[in-house]
Design a protein. Sequence first.
Length: 361
Amino acid sequence: MKYVEEYRNRDLILGLSARINKVAVRDYTFMEVCGGHTAAIHRFGIPSLLPKCIRLISGPGCPVCVTSRAYIDRVIACSGLKDVIVATFGDLLRIPGSETSLEKLKASGADIRIVLSALDALALAAGNPGKRILFPAIGFETTAPGTAVTIKEAEKAGVKNFFVLSAHKIMPPAMELLIKDGVRLDGFICPGHVAAVTGSRIFSFIPQDYGLGCVVTGFEPTDLLHAVYMLVQQVNTQKPDIQIQYSRAVTYSGNETAVSLMDEVFVRTDDYWRGFGIIPGSGLKPARKYERFDAGLAMPVTVITSEDDGACICGEILRGIKSPGQCALFAKRCRPDNPVGACMVSNEGACNTFYKYRPDA
């Protein structure tokens, strides 16, 4: 397959592995902050191609995983309103709320429908004028432009029954908090899909202010190995920088149209991240001009949220402090068919990935 097989070439992969093994002269710890990267790293067996002195750890790169239980409880409460249809991405269905999940409510008759985009939810609103359509909007800078476009389309078409409950988040504040909290890192493998929208420039403060290298990379084995090689070289030469390995999709300035849309439709807000708590300026909510589409204002509900299961270490996994295998629940009470924590739900969740590609699987 063109533009895929080239990046899975055995000789290139082994060649990159050999180059990394040659230049790796100390211990290195690099964090990937993209759930897609976590999945690809383990799917392709990247750790087995690296010397033991190089450690890759996963971070808060799964939007489903960092979404709070209180947010899920709010969506669940809204689904109980008699005139509301919840139009959601499928991976939100199984995230445990305090008492139940959207999947269980759907099975018991609640009007919860799976959509592939915010525009699908808008079409549902146009086709059901007697109902209010709630779109739970999650995701990082990758998906926020799609929600922004949909809100503008709803305004243009005069659709009055379409509402968004935003859990959109932006990545740099979480990365900065990790550094300030003292998580031991030598560099970041930065998310390619985010940077395709925002450009690599949003990460430039990390080498400038904190002396840690960043490489924006793609999702194929040669991409990931090349990124590790570039980071090792940055550490060895003591020249931290923001580099683009994924040049076929990412530029320094990014997609200025998409960024402009986000800036118009959303404003920054403090937001809660699982494992982190409130991170200032890390969330996006509809700006005043578009707040009539804000479900948080249009659908007031009473929400009582309980704490996450105390035995679940999802928060520590998202901060790179522990790995899934260190959780007492992992592959026992917590499995993809019975997720206790959010990190086991999504295909981008570290626990889901570790479970899928564990040695005894």
